[in-house]
Ligand binder design. Structure first.
Ligand SMILES: Nc1ncnc2c1ncn2[C@@H]1O[C@H](COP(=O)(O)OP(=O)(O)OP(=O)(O)O)[C@@H](O)[C@H]1O
Ligand SMILES: [Mg+2]
Length: 362
């Protein structure tokens, strides 16, 4: 297997000065890397996405062409980076990795473009955070594999078209809505990743327990799956915690009672919600009387970054119908009240009955 290559000027990107505001440096965790599927056949779930990618791979191989540009979107931890890695392994081509916030200026992206080899993959994570000027700079790259470089200034300025090798850009975003449509349209394939089903997560847990040389009972794997909010990354994190717990407290074998005890200690509840999820719902219900309220107000009250709430906390709460989004903001549903054990709010129809104006139109 080929290791991902990070090209350009790694030192420049790593230096604290060039670290962009708000950009977290996500260090590659060796255990996490070990758990990542390497081939398309190892990918669990996301069936239709995997099938379409298999077609794209086969067509590219038959025509001896690079893969089309692909955009992956979906909440964190569902497999965007994994799919990019899998495609690079399947093709046996070079993979260069960068991210929107690291590409501040046109010149930051230049080495990635000029060094790209024929058929290679350039993975741009968090592509929605690409500055507009850089975004426009890569339009001709995506369309015609060329860059337009302006040399000189004023009257003597001239544009040089620099031809590039034919390569593939894979973009990943947790916010496809923030992408400009010209950029979105330049991707030939748009793949949306959905939350996983429990049986899929249970299979991931069993396979990864094997990779970590740990024994886990079927019921324990199912329990971890059920409490992982439909997210493989969380399933892996829960597995690693429960494995540590089983090693420290017992003989290292993960049984259902041990898994339950470990998750309880981590304050992960029956539905897989952690402290932050519950705090979100509690704030919405107690402080904002169930809403509707905006994400900014919630973020300020909870003292948590608004991006963390919208990207990491809300998608699963929305999917589980604990909250709904209305034009006036987020609202807690009856399920949220029930989950936290709060008395349920008066249902809407009864509220309407109290309102004589409303009754006129019923
Ligand atoms: N389809 C899958 N089958 C098995 N394991 C998976 C799958 N998708 C993801 N995983 C596991 O979940 C982990 C997290 O996935 P990944 O890093 O691809 O998420 P991501 O969508 O790129 O998240 P982020 O938005 O935070 O970058 C991977 O390391 C891998 O172990
Ligand atoms: Mg990723």
């Amino acid at each position: 297997m080929r290791e991902p290559v990070i090209k350009g000027e790694p030192n420049e990107h790593d230096s604290p000065d060039s670290r962009k505001k708000g950009e977290e440096k996500r260090q590659a965790d060796p255990v996490e890397e070990k758990l990542r599927p390497q081939k398309l056949s190892e990918v669990i779930g996301q069936k239709s996405v995997a099938q379409r990618l298999a077609i794209a791979l086969a067509a590219a191989a038959k025509r001896n062409e690079p893969l089309p540009h692909i955009l992956f979107d979906g909440p964190p931890g569902l497999g965007k980076t994994t799919f990019a890695t899998v495609l690079h392994n399947e093709l046996g081509v070079e993979l260069n990795i960068t991210s929107g916030p690291a590409l501040d200026k046109k010149m930051d992206v230049m080495p990635f473009l000029t060094n790209a080899s024929e058929g290679s993959i350039l993975f741009i994570d968090e592509i929605h955070r690409l500055p507009k000027t850089v975004e426009e700079f890569i339009y001709p790259v995506m369309e015609d594999f060329r860059v337009d470089v302006v040399l000189g200034e004023g009257m003597s300025a001239r544009t040089i078209n620099l031809p590039l090798k034919r390569f593939t850009i894979i973009g990943a975003t947790t916010r496809s809505g923030m992408l400009s449509s010209p950029l979105r349209d330049r991707f030939h394939m748009h793949e949306h990743l959905e939350f996983y089903e429990n049986d899929e997560l249970a299979r991931i847990v069993v396979i990864n327990a094997g990779k970590l040389r740990t024994t886990i009972s079927e019921e324990a794997a199912w329990e971890l799956a059920r409490r992982s909010r439909g997210t493989p990354r969380l399933a892996n994190a829960r597995l690693r915690w429960v494995r540590d717990f089983a090693t420290a407290r017992a003989d290292g074998q993960i049984t259902l009672p041990l898994a339950r005890e470990a998750l309880e200690m981590q304050e992960v509840d029956e539905q897989g919600m952690d402290r932050q999820d519950r705090r979100y719902l509690e704030t919405l219900i107690k402080v904002f009387r169930g809403g509707p309220t905006g994400a900014e107000a919630l973020s300020a009250t909870m003292n948590v970054a608004v991006d963390t709430l919208t990207d990491e906390v809300e998608p699963y709460l929305l999917r589980k119908h604990y909250i709904v989004r209305t034009p006036r903001g987020r609202r807690a549903t009856v399920e949220a009240y029930r989950h936290l054990g709060f008395p349920e709010p008066l249902p809407e129809p009864e509220l309407n009955l109290l309102d004589p104006q409303r009754r006129l139109f019923d």
